[in-house]
Write a protein that binds this ligand. Structure first.
Ligand code: FES
Length: 83
């Protein structure tokens, strides 16, 4: 079966985790639940992406975003979903 889900990988390396991704995980989970995206998203944690000084980072599809926080992550995700 083809998997058309959009993959979201949140960096859970120690730098990104301690600088905000710990909370951003909850923001993303909440966004997925509120918008009923469970079937459309494959959300999971990942290891350090490198260049931690530009973190916190997340990857959506093939795009890596830097300096992510609980506010701008919503806008980043919204680009990928037709809500
Ligand atoms: S810990 Fe996230 S990029 Fe290194």
């Amino acid at each position: 079966m083809e998997d058309n889900r959009i993959e979201i990988t949140i960096c859970l390396g120690s730098s990104c985790f301690s600088r905000g991704n710990k909370k951003t995980v909850d923001t993303i989970k909440q966004y997925i639940a509120e918008n009923h995206l469970e079937e459309k998203v494959y959300f999971h944690g990942g290891h350090c992406f490198g260049s931690c000084e530009n973190g916190p980072k997340i990857k959506i599809a093939e795009n890596i975003y830097e300096h992510v926080d609980q506010n701008n992550v919503i806008d980043l995700m919204a680009k990928f979903f037709d809500l």
